[in-house]
Design a protein around this ligand. Structure first.
Ligand code: HEM
Length: 169
């Protein structure tokens, strides 16, 4: 597959945002396709082979219950039959599980966001100057399964993720 070049973060800088590989086996599947294509837009950048950095938008809300990110990652293949777009991820923390939703994959006007995965989100060890949350037990929603052509069942494990934000103050 071909990948669009993008500038990575400056070495030495903490990469603030959502760090996520989405679903490694899906990315590998698209990479195997003769006409498979991945492209990254709207501020997202690849970090190494497997991870995408979606930069944080505006930090956490007052209640600390939503985390918004920008970036738009698209996968294409099979002569245009396969199209998956993961854009503007938003994590909403609920009672015991968080949900990551994305913009309408087909960018239709006034379309609702689509819940893609649910996860456990917990504070994790952070370098000085940063706050870190780790997302584990990341699982595909029903709407997410539709997005992947129902090849995966709801509950399919997706990659673990991290949220890295500047320390307060
Ligand atoms: C021309 C139409 C398609 C053909 C011939 C096709 C073929 C295949 C084949 C042969 C596999 C299993 C082999 C492999 O892993 O390389 C596969 C897996 C998969 N396909 Fe397709 N596919 C098509 C369309 C789609 C579409 C529209 C989607 C929507 C996103 C999709 C999503 C997937 C996913 C998610 C997997 C599993 C990847 C993994 O995690 O291993 N496919 N497909």
């Amino acid at each position: 597959m071909t990948e669009q070049p993008a500038d990575g973060p400056i070495p030495g800088d903490i990469p603030f945002g959502l760090l996520w590989g989405i679903k490694r086996s899906f990315v590998a599947y698209v990479r195997r396709m003769p006409d498979g294509q991945g492209s990254i837009h709207d501020g997202a950048v690849p970090l190494g082979e497997d991870t995408i950095l979606f930069p944080a938008v505006g930090g956490v809300d007052a209640g600390g219950s939503t985390f918004a990110f920008r970036g738009d990652v698209r996968f294409k293949g099979h002569g245009g039959m396969l199209f998956v777009r993961v854009a503007a991820p938003l994590i909403t923390v609920r009672d015991d599980r968080a949900e990551l939703s994305i913009e309408d994959p087909y960018a239709r006007a006034d379309a609702d966001r689509v819940p893609l995965v649910t996860l456990q989100l917990r504070p994790g060890p952070a370098p000085e100057g940063a706050r870190v949350w780790l997302g584990s037990d990341v699982r595909l929603t029903e709407a997410g399964a539709t997005l992947f052509n129902d090849v995966y069942q709801p509950g399919e494990p997706f990659e673990q993720l991290s949220v890295v934000l500047p320390a307060e103050g």
